[in-house]
Design a protein around this ligand. Sequence first.
Ligand code: AHR
Length: 498
Amino acid sequence: MKAKMTLARELTVGSIDRRLYGSFIEHLGRAVYGGIYEPTHPTADEDGFRGDVLQLVRELEVPVVRYPGGNFVSGYNWEDGVGPVSARPKRLDLAWGTTEPNTFGTNEFMKWCRKANSDCMMAVNLGTRGADAARNLVEYMNHPGGSAWSDLRRSHGYEQPWGVKLWCLGNEMDGRWQMGAKTADEYGRLANEAAKLMKWTDGSIETVLCGSSSRQSPTFGEWEATALDIAYDNVDYVSLHQYYENRSGDTMSFLAKTLEMDEFIYSVLCVCDYIKAKKRARKTINLSFDEWNVWYHSDNAPYERWSMAPPRLEDIYNFEDALLIGAMLITLLRHCDRIKIACLAQLVNVIAPIFTQTGGGAFRQTIFYPFAHVSHYGRGVAIRPIIDCPKYDCKDFTDVPYIESIATYDEENGEMTLFAVNKSPEEGAALSVNLLDFAGWQPVEFLSMDGYDKNAVNGFEACPVQPHANPLPAMDGSTLTAQLQPFSWNVIRLKKQS
Ligand code: AHR
């Protein structure tokens, strides 16, 4: 097939907030225990953090990590996880049916974040608790000293405040599976009061209102409108969560899910702007897509109830998942004018790009690579190309373009990167890109992931699914031509020639 693309400065979407490449660690399964924290592991450092995992997280360059949940946070007493470890209680975690030992808590996570070069996006419990516990946590984390909660932090050995800027007002509060689930009215009022007290405690923080737990939630749309109407003045972002699956084995519909993701994003933006209009507000509410991924491979895996850190949600990702993750990253970038934060859910072991063996090694899942590429090279501004390419119909969608693509352009470093997925299983694409006002730019690297069976996976024994380098695309004047293989993830990097 032939695909034509046009890139011009006028097609700029907006500047890319680095927090678009965030991730998530929940007290769930082996994300914390056996994942980021394992004091008896051969690579563990003086804090008990696994060195091999820290290295992989640094390699991903994750600017922000959401913590401690997820469903877990809706029953969490943050006080259980601070102070002398020997005095910390074991608690039943009703979200995941396990026992939480609390040997790892807030201060340990903050120390880990520093070592991972990440900031923390902290979630407060608005399920079983409320505004008081939330504002106390802000005081404990961010107040310099001279008050009960900040002095408690200092007595725990942390003299300096942690200065956490980003705060989630609960998690998926519309979900019947959530501890302390609420109606939109109840949630809007609680989130508003909690955010108000949290911001009175530290005026520099930003807050994220829970949107629906997914686009499929029965109250989707109405939930966002009602809660935002109540809490508008005290919140900065609305959250979106979405996981995709391919239980039916219909790969073409699976790879087309980004059309639905686009719709989802547009709809939430429309609700935010509707409430803005209704209130004649000056403030614009932006989006935090703080849970997104593929999740289904681990369905119904058995575990021992009330055990500590049993394997849960341990999806092993295949090559087609990596293609969808690439397309989802492109979709996030297509909306970078309004999506300021996004978190790949999650980071280690639990539906994650990094997978470990407790006491053993660690490997990069297939989805690690497109995330790493976009996190490394997706800097500056995003440019939405005009794409002319064949389209396909499938069970769930019609008119799905085979080629999905975005360009990023970093003026300061003189770098431009084109990310593209070819969703066709059989046909390669002869891509020609008209660089218009980017004349004189030259390709310096062409990476791709292609040639694998759609079900190919990585593992402890071997990691066959990896990116490889290709010959550089040809340039003819300001036209770049490249061959995109069938079923491929592509990264074409260009530099401005001086
Ligand atoms: O990421 C796994 C779970 O998915 C989270 O705990 C919850 O917020 C969502 O339903």
